[in-house]
Design a protein around this ligand. Structure first.
Ligand SMILES: Nc1ncnc2c1ncn2[C@@H]1O[C@H](COP(=O)(O)OP(=O)(O)OP(=O)(O)O)[C@@H](O)[C@H]1O
Length: 250
């Protein structure tokens, strides 16, 4: 299987913190996988995605994307990836179309091509009639759908999503998941973090459970479920491996 991402002993220590957010994390993700990063609050999921997207620097460790080292190929890597962050990256006073035009132009798409993709994208997620309305008037589910479009206009080879369906209703969630399935079927490798274990169980080809900055287990959802006595869901596996203790850090 062709490796898309290789991570070798990645660590992150935030200044002023008394613990590592990531500690010697190694992982390999193959081409066209839907890979789920699961874990309790504060496990390190956002930190890992932020490092792989080039938004923050690791304290130590190496990683490669399609064979390109993060140390020497920042620009080439940026061109191949799409990012859908947990926080909305949208400008509230601009319309959906204006927001998407802004994000698309960052990737150097021609104006004509970009306008066509925006039109198709808004139509695909059911927002064609809202193209000219300001984002601040949109519901959470509508904003999540625009947020997703902003990350895929340039048709990335690898897509990172940090909790793409958090706070959205079932209808928006269905549209988002259907679009992600479609992208994956067209060849996009997807790496996504979520607290929705049921969603991950059905969506992901493979998952890693992260806790306290380390990988506790990784594998195919069904294999992991079969490996824990009495488990019938990923949620059972998750509790079995991470326990019931709250993760309250400040
Ligand atoms: N900018 C920062 N400065 C200091 N500490 C941080 C910073 N960002 C995250 N942390 C800490 O790093 C650890 C990992 O946080 P991270 O946000 O990566 O976890 P997470 O798994 O994404 O959590 P959640 O599920 O709550 O989103 C936590 O202890 C968090 O408090």
């Amino acid at each position: 299987m062709e490796e898309t991402i290789r991570i070798h002993q990645l660590s992150k220590h935030y200044r002023g913190s008394d613990r590592y957010a990531l500690k010697d994390l190694s992982l390999s993700i193959n081409r066209n996988e839907v890979f789920g990063l699961l874990g309790p609050n504060g496990a390190g999921k956002t930190t890992l995605i932020s490092i792989l997207c080039g938004m923050i620097a690791p304290t130590s460790g190496e990683w490669w994307l399609n064979g390109l080292s993060h140390r020497k190929n920042r620009r080439k890597i940026q061109q191949q990836i799409g990012i859908v962050p947990q926080e909305y990256a949208l400008y509230p006073t601009l319309s959906a179309e204006e927001n998407l035009y802004y994000f698309g132009s960052l990737y150097g798409l021609s104006s004509l091509d970009l306008r066509q993709r925006i039109r198709e994208g808004l139509h695909r997620v059911g927002l064609a009639d809202f193209a000219h309305k300001p984002i601040k008037t949109f519901s959470g589910g509508m904003q999540r759908r625009v947020n997703l479009l902003a990350g895929i206009l340039h048709r990335p080879n690898v897509l990172f999503l940090d909790e793409p369906t958090v706070g959205v209703d079932v209808q928006s969630k269905e549209v988002i998941m259907a679009l992600l399935h479609e992208l994956n079927a067209q060849g996009t490798t997807i790496i996504y973090s979520s607290h929705h274990l049921n969603e991950a169980q059905h969506f992901c080809t493979r998952i890693a459970i992260i806790d306290d900055g380390r990988i506790v287990v990784e594998g195919k959802p069904q294999q992991l479920i079969a490996s824990v006595a009495g488990a019938t869901s990923l949620e059972n596996v998750f509790i079995h491996l991470t326990g019931s203790q709250l993760r309250d850090y400040a």
